[in-house]
Design a protein around this ligand. Structure first.
Ligand SMILES: [Zn+2]
Length: 237
């Protein structure tokens, strides 16, 4: 086989290997990033709960203030009742008292309702805080695991880069430029095998003449349909 062709086949394999590291790195990082995202989401839940609790506390203290005012009013009314002269005054005082008592009942119910909400939100906060503690503890071991995986991947990648550097030093520059031009659009299918007289890049049948050129492999032959570099696997030669 033409040595230049062999070099381009080798280069295409190395480039494919280099590209294959990306998803491996992403996969390694995924677990850690997922755990980190979960931590952030729980932290924001806790913050939201804390704000909501504050809001409910404000509502509760408004009701408590109102309650204090009402009880003061009721106290004043009971003092006044001693000085009542007419039946009309009496009725008016009674009406005021009834209204105030209704408001007291309502305020007490509202406070009880708000307290339940606050209690529930505090329970939710405790649960969230507990899972945050658990998650933070596991986050470290996840990080260590990811770092170890990345270290291995980087070592392998470094070895492939060295192989590529070496090959780039030997490869025919004209052939390399040709390869790189095709690779811009064909990516990892720049150099493809021919299978049953079809280009494995575009899957079109090539003519007998082109096929025999590919088999001879004396020169670099490209697919007449798509322009990819063609070769035959050893068992087909
Ligand atoms: Zn083709």
């Amino acid at each position: 086989m033409n040595n230049h062709l062999q070099q381009l086949i080798d280069l295409s394999i190395i480039d494919k290997d280099i590209d294959a590291f990306e998803p491996q790195i992403e996969e390694a990082n995924y677990n850690y990033e997922a755990a980190l995202a979960k931590t952030k989401s729980i932290e924001s839940d806790i913050e939201n709960l804390s704000n909501e609790i504050k809001e409910e506390e404000v509502k509760k203290s408004k009701n408590e203030l109102h309650l204090a005012e009402l009880s003061q009013k009721l106290e004043e009314n009971s003092k006044k009742s001693g000085d009542v002269k007419t039946e009309r005054e009496m009725k008016s005082l009674q009406l005021e008292e009834e209204i105030a008592k209704e408001q007291v009942t309502f305020a007490n119910e509202e406070i009880a309702r708000l307290e339940k909400i606050i209690e529930l939100k505090k329970e939710q906060t405790e649960v969230a805080e507990a899972s945050l503690v658990e998650l933070s503890a596991s986050l470290e071991s996840v990080k260590a695991d990811v770092d170890k995986k990345l270290e291995t991947i980087n070592k392998d990648r470094q070895a492939v880069f060295i192989k590529k550097e070496k090959l780039l030093g030997e490869v025919n520059q004209k052939g390399l430029a040709f390869y790189q031009k095709i690779r811009r659009w064909a990516k990892n299918t720049t150099v493809v095998p021919v299978d049953e007289q079809a280009c494995m890049g575009c899957h079109m049948i090539i003519s007998d003449k082109v096929y025999s050129d590919v088999i001879k492999a004396e020169e670099i032959t490209t697919c007449p349909h798509c322009g990819r570099i063609l070769y035959t696997k050893p068992n087909e030669e």
